[in-house]
Ligand binder design. Sequence first.
Ligand code: 6PG
Length: 256
Amino acid sequence: MSPAVRGKVEIFPTSAELTAAAAERFVAAAEAAIAATETFSVALSGGSTPHALFAALASPEYASRVRWPCVHIFWGDERCVPPDDDASNYKMARETLLDHVPVRDANIHRIRGEDAPEDAAELYERELRRAFETRTGPPRAERGARFDLVLLGLGTNGHTASLFPQLHAVRERTRWAMAENIEMLQMWRITLTPVILNQAAEILFIVSGREKAAILRRVLYGARAINELPAQSIAPVDGRLSWLIDAAAATELPSK
Ligand code: 6PG
């Protein structure tokens, strides 16, 4: 099968080894960005997969290797719920990572899920544009003006961040953040769009578990169909795209 793979695929025998590899990539990206600009801007993913990574980054083994006061935390997406709601990606990141490392509160750029969705999306985009010194116009693929690292997960229906099948946000050409009503979930969400995601210096998909095997094969090796498979809309302009996958999620990938 001709590998239509979008990005470099790295398969790890266990989820623990996947987590360790993702933590190493986070530390390396932070070291490189901070060495170049004294800051590291990272967009965290949500859902359950990142729990283990965030806990690892909060552990002495990894936390001691990141200059947290230089780190700016963003999110790839957020559920439109208050920050203390169990569904909040911010709450999960706070509890597993941010409360355990010396990141500055001013550098935590939370998406205000408690606000009206459109207001939250507009406010978040303004905050991103201020951080990247790009008040108007398209994003710039320059250090300091884009994410140094974006972490993404993969949903079993091919979504990533909150770019769900058939949503306008998947095809958006100018806005960096959008509010979308996810009918299948009966929930509003705020999501970054491919416009800003694809400007990142590095994008890591982290995919774990047997339940992701079928969708992973379609996204990596299937025909390009971004409306059905929004994860395929992630194609860095000039950054590095990697898929860090455990063996369980890789069970349906073509053998070499
Ligand atoms: C979210 C995430 C979403 C997630 C996938 C995978 O807010 O839920 O941003 O894109 O990464 O749905 O979720 P799991 O890691 O829970 O499988």
